[in-house]
Design a protein around this ligand. Structure first.
Ligand SMILES: C[S@@+](CC[C@H](N)C(=O)[O-])C[C@H]1O[C@@H](n2cnc3c(N)ncnc32)[C@H](O)[C@@H]1O
Length: 280
């Protein structure tokens, strides 16, 4: 019985390792077989496992309205899965020409050529500003180099990175299994002062401080100022609660569009009142 158990454990380990290796290596074909760890321009090739990439795409809520860009796309597996399993359009940017050609053949073989494009190019040169979702498996310093470009993307753009974070831009969510990955939503730039109309009869000024997606601030109504309760920024959606002069609380939710904000709150009579705001 004891020997049977040992054999069973060894055999299970062998099959687990074998299928892991298979999963890692099944990106090649008869024309080109990449080697895990082979040199790349700025980072070597190590593929994301199919299990983790599915979790990353699911976390980013990828759907048929999305345009996913995989930066450093290797054999194309993330772009292909985004199209095949999540219905998105996708673009892979890969510097290595042989790898890019292999990825294109993988795209054709997967039957998603109408929705997936592989660009043989450099992620630091190609324009990926139209992406609604960005995926990457690069290096910490490359993430930091890309960070300013990513933060200028449309607020609400979702970003997910295998293994590496974005320095002091804390992730909105961390994935721990089967490997480490991170998820962010690009925040709108809201820091500063806004004059708000339609909320209170007195002049209303919203003052916001911002560190990426983390915000705080005050609401000044006439001559009195109060801290915002539960302020949140999710992409271009800003929300908070405040107390009116009768100490009734109101939940406010606003869409940020550059220098304008627009939204609704529940008024004392429970109507949905429209609020607008402009940067001061
Ligand atoms: C760690 S692999 C990740 C592959 C794929 N994204 C995945 O997760 O399975 C990184 C890939 O980036 C490519 N690469 C390295 N530097 C690049 C650059 N500057 N522009 C485009 N691709 C690059 C490498 O050739 C490699 O295929």
């Amino acid at each position: 019985m004891k020997y049977f158990k040992v054999w069973f454990i060894l055999l299970s380990a062998f099959f687990a390792l074998n299928s892991f290796a298979q999963n890692i290596l099944d990106g090649g074909d008869d024309k080109y077989t990449p080697r895990v760890g082979q040199d790349g321009k700025d980072v070597i090739w190590v593929p994301t496992t199919n299990e983790l990439l599915a979790i990353m795409l699911k976390t980013a809520k990828v759907n048929s309205n999305d345009l996913v860009y995989d930066l450093g796309s290797g054999d194309g597996r993330i772009a292909i899965a985004a199209a095949k399993d999540f219905g998105a359009r996708a673009v892979g940017i890969e510097f290595n020409p042989e790898m890019a050609k292999l990825a294109q053949r993988n795209v054709d073989r997967s039957g998603v050529a109408d929705r997936v494009k592989i660009i043989n190019g450099d992620i630091f040169v190609e324009d990926f500003s139209k992406a609604t979702v960005v995926t990457m498996y690069l290096l910490p310093e490359l993430n930091l180099t890309l960070r300013p470009t990513i933060l200028k993307m449309k607020p609400g753009t979702r970003v997910t990175s295998h293994a590496f974070n974005m320095g002091d831009w804390d992730a909105d969510l961390e994935i721990d299994s089967p490997a480490k990955a991170f998820y962010w939503v690009v925040p709108a730039q809201v820091g500063g002062e806004w004059v708000i109309s339609g909320m209170e009869p007195d002049r209303t000024i919203l003052k916001l401080s911002q560190h990426y997606q983390k915000i705080g601030g005050t609401l000044q109504i006439g001559n009195t100022s109060q801290p915002l309760l539960n302020p949140k920024l999710d992409g271009a959606t800003l929300s908070f609660t405040y107390l009116d002069r009768d100490k009734s609380s109101h939940f406010v939710i606003l869409a940020v569009n550059n220098n304008e904000i627009k939204g609704v709150y529940k008024s004392r009579s429970y109507n949905n009142n429209v609020i607008t705001g402009k940067r001061l």
